[in-house]
Design a protein around this ligand. Structure first.
Ligand SMILES: CCCCCCc1ccc(Oc2ccc(Oc3cccc(O)n3)cc2)c(O)c1
Length: 261
């Protein structure tokens, strides 16, 4: 019997367009037969997902798409209530959501203002905690559900220009470990994929992005830039029973860059 995800439903949060890592995750889950639900923010992203789902398998041609602003608790509560009332059981959630104002993604980190710091933390870190809590409380989770979120090396060490987003990712990665403790006793898991730089709309918002990607292609053991399909396939592993013994972990999908000096 070959591995597949037929009959399993996953929520993918944060598809903005076909460059999004979240879209790579959706495509990989779809490839293995999973049924998908999408939540994004804003009419442009919603319109993109409506267009993109046409590229997916039969089971996802009419995938549900929710508009969820994760900067408030109520929209997150409403999202899982809507899933619950459709009697859908979730095998997992991919949280692919982050934001910080562009002017904080260049220059000196300490120039970041209090409001901008809190905004980056709210959207890029706290939103995962709220999503995991409300998913659990809503009763939509399968017996052994799996959560994943996305990070970058700049959350582990100072990478020039990544600045306030790096501090938010550090909080995100610490949250994953504490959340692993909370939900492990309930039978659920949560892990982080730390992706190498990928040419996305978000990536281009970060100062020095093209320099970093060139440097990575030179110095990473695999000498390749990361792509969304590589991240998507690792997401399938972490969101499936194949990683049933793994939680609170970070897997780097970065051509090995983090391993070399
Ligand atoms: C100098 C580091 C270069 C490599 C950056 C890799 C990376 C690329 C994209 C990442 O995701 C975001 C997500 C939102 C974000 O904030 C944005 C995105 C678009 C517009 C805007 O005003 N802010 C910035 C980066 C991310 O966390 C990490």
């Amino acid at each position: 019997m070959s591995f597949n995800l037929k009959g399993q439903t996953y929520l993918v949060m944060g598809v903005a367009n076909n460059w999004s890592i979240a879209w790579g995750i959706a495509q990989s889950l779809d490839k293995f037969g999973a049924t998908l639900i999408f939540s994004s923010t804003g009419e442009r992203s919603i319109a993109q997902v409506e267009k993109l789902r046409g590229q997916l398998g039969e089971q996802n041609q009419e995938a549900l798409i929710f508009d969820t602003d994760v900067s408030q608790d109520q929209p997150i509560i409403d999202l899982f209530a809507a899933i619950k009332e459709r009697n859908i059981t979730l095998s997992g959630v991919a949280h692919c959501i982050a934001f910080s104002n562009k002017e904080n993604l260049k220059g000196d980190y300490y120039e970041v203002g209090r409001a901008d710091y809190l905004l980056a933390q709210d959207i890029s870190s706290y939103s995962l905690t709220a999503v995991v809590r409300e998913a659990e409380k809503s009763g939509v989770l399968a017996a052994h559900a799996s959560f994943i979120t996305l990070s970058y090396l700049g959350g582990e060490r100072a990478v020039e220009n990544y600045n306030v987003m790096g501090v938010a990712k550090a909080a995100l990665e610490a949250s994953v470990k504490y959340l692993a403790g909370d939900i492990g006793k309930l039978g659920h898991r949560i892990n982080t994929i730390s992706a190498g730089p990928i040419r996305t709309v978000s990536g281009r918002a970060v100062g020095g992005f093209s320099k970093i990607t060139e440097m990575m292609e030179e110095r990473a053991p695999l000498h390749t830039a990361t792509n969304i399909a590589e991240v998507g396939d690792t997401a399938v592993y972490l969101l499936s029973e194949m990683s049933r013994g793994v939680t609170g972990e970070t897997i780097h999908v970065d051509g090995g860059f983090h391993s070399v000096g």
